[in-house]
Design a binder for this molecule. Sequence first.
Ligand code: SF4
Length: 175
Amino acid sequence: MRDLLFRNLLRKPLTEAPPECDDRALTELAAAVDRAARRRVGRSLAIRQVDAGSCNGCELEIHALNNAYYDLERFGLRFVASPRHADVLLVTGPVTKNMREGLERTYAATPNPKWVVAAGDCARDGGCFAGSYAVVGGVAEIIPVDLHIPGCPPSPTALLQGLIALVEKSTRGVQ
Ligand code: SF4
């Protein structure tokens, strides 16, 4: 027993190493989203996340944008609690039958101009849940989608790149 205790005290923890992250690239990406948003809406972006039936893998990556490591708020990008305060609806998951009405009502409650981003493979076409009795399909089958960010789940960096592409695309549209 004592040997086992000593061995465990000296052994490294059996956890995976954290993923590599280029902090400078991340900072540039987030700053680019903020610049593009200020050009388009005159202020930073407000994002409302909607889980339309996801397995929560996508949410973990989205939450990572707010953790101490990525700390998205330092660039002025905010997640808001109400669709009435949102510019962007960031929707994850296949849309389940139970969430269909909630998604439609959230979309209706979001003021114009608004954008819808479908995040993750399930949000595109139902992904691995397609064909389930409980699933309606991808987000675009329920509400108009401006951008799809692929991945299962998409990484925080991919989410930021998607937001830049979205705002840049809409900025070109109004010029
Ligand atoms: S795309 Fe992947 S991580 Fe996201 S909800 Fe679907 S299965 Fe889960």
